[in-house]
Design a protein around this ligand. Structure first.
Ligand SMILES: Nc1nc2c(c(=O)[nH]1)N[C@H]1C(S)=C(S)[C@@H](COP(=O)(O)OP(=O)(O)OC[C@H]3O[C@@H](n4cnc5c(N)ncnc54)[C@H](O)[C@@H]3O)O[C@H]1N2
Ligand code: MOO
Length: 348
């Protein structure tokens, strides 16, 4: 459906700007004031005509096919912004490290990660900007992994003409955040390349009764984030042996120690006790996330250590997949943060 003037006069005033409606049949030679979108469910959604396109006779049937009976001629007053310019200015105000800003498209500008890292999103800035009205900012959640090339945010003007004051207010919110925090409201944080030691516990695996599935799963999760499984060792469900092997990894100087299996409630589940015996400062045993509620996280002489429950080898996204990228980004994880991860923490 085409946007129609409420006045019936074919003229819509927005502040001092004017949108004048022209019948499509009389529009040959006119320049389009904004991108025009076609949607064919299941096959196409995108720009059929670009802003600035000069309407030709052969365009008329296509315009009618997408529901246009009228087109706007825009007379922009000083102090008003075209939707594309509003979206561009908003995006530029937010842009931080490792993000690229795309061209405006139908009044929208997308910010994409130029590396694989952690999306850093200042929620108060997002909320503040969206409270202004007429301009919209949609982002991914803070601390979510962003793959290279993935969109992490998009800005959009809601009306075709936006009072510049609204964009200026958004720019002020973003600038104030930059000044206070010393960083942009939106950025991607790089991940360190870490070398991890994995101790796989379980007498059934150690004795060869069953094949190990933890090694390949953890290796993949590390590799996908640019890190490395440097060494995997095996131990039976014996507390002393597990302690000894953890201390061996510590001596090797790995950046991270992972211990798999034996994390739950059975008498043979020795891993949490062994991690404690090794001298680990336990930040949290148990996380309010599923899968992965039985995960343990702590530090052993400053080295991050994870106790990984069985689900980590089985499920693609667990509490480990939430916490691992944080560790790779160099964050020190505190107990209060983990206890606050239950809201939105049901990942299945
Ligand atoms: N009554 C309760 N039952 C369970 C609880 C609970 O709180 N109360 N927690 C559940 C959760 S959550 C998880 S996760 C699982 C697994 O916990 P564990 O880490 O203790 O896993 P294991 O008991 O060591 O093994 C479970 C299962 O996986 C196989 N396994 C273990 N390691 C390997 C390996 N490296 N390669 C292949 N397969 C492996 C093991 O043989 C068992 O079949 O507990 C829930 N239950
Ligand atoms: O640690 Mo368990 O899923 O919560 O898999």
């Amino acid at each position: 459906m085409s946007a129609s003037s409420s006045s019936g006069s074919g003229i819509k005033r927005i502040g001092d700007s004017i949108l004048r409606e022209i019948k499509v049949d009389e529009a040959i030679g006119m320049v389009l004031a904004h991108d025009l979108t076609q949607i064919v469910p299941g096959s196409f959604k995108g720009r059929l005509f670009r802003k600035g396109h000069r309407v030709a006779a052969e365009d008329i049937p296509k315009l009618k096919d997408i529901g246009k009976e009228h087109l706007y001629v825009m007379e922009l007053a000083p102090g008003d912004l075209h939707e594309d310019d509003a979206a561009l200015r908003l995006a530029a105000a937010l842009l931080g490290d490792h993000l690229t800003m795309g061209e405006p498209h139908e009044g929208k500008v997308t910010l994409k990660a130029s590396i694989t890292g952690l999306a850093s999103v200042a929620k108060p800035v997002v909320d503040g900007i969206n409270a202004i009205g007429d301009i919209a900012l949609a982002t991914v959640m803070n601390d979510r992994v962003a793959r290279e090339g993935e969109s992490i945010a998009a800005t959009r003007a809601i009306p075709l003409i936006v009072p510049e004051g609204k964009v200026a207010e958004a720019e002020w919110i973003a600038a104030e955040y930059r000044a206070r925090e010393g960083r942009a409201p939106l950025s991607v944080r790089p991940l360190r390349k870490m070398r991890a030691g994995l101790l796989t516990t379980g007498t059934e695996v150690f004795t060869g009764r069953i094949a190990d599935k933890f090694g390949p799963a953890v290796e993949l999760k590390l590799r996908e984030l640019g890190s490395e499984l440097a060494e995997q060792r095996f131990a039976p469900d014996d507390r002393q042996t597990i302690v000894k092997e953890i201390l061996y990894f510590l001596e090797q100087g790995y950046d991270m120690i992972l211990v798999s299996g034996g994390m739950s409630v059975d008498p043979d589940d020795r891993t949490p006790g062994a991690i404690a015996d090794a001298g680990c400062e336990i930040v949290s045993y148990g996380t309010p996330m599923l899968p992965g509620s039985m995960l343990l996280f702590g530090y052993l002489r400053g080295i991050p250590i994870f106790g990984l429950p069985g689900c980590v080898m089985h499920d693609p996204y667990t509490s480990f997949d939430v916490l691992l990228p944080r560790v790779l980004a160099g964050d020190t994880i505190r107990r209060e943060e983990i206890s606050a991860m239950g809201y939105g923490g049901l990942h299945r």
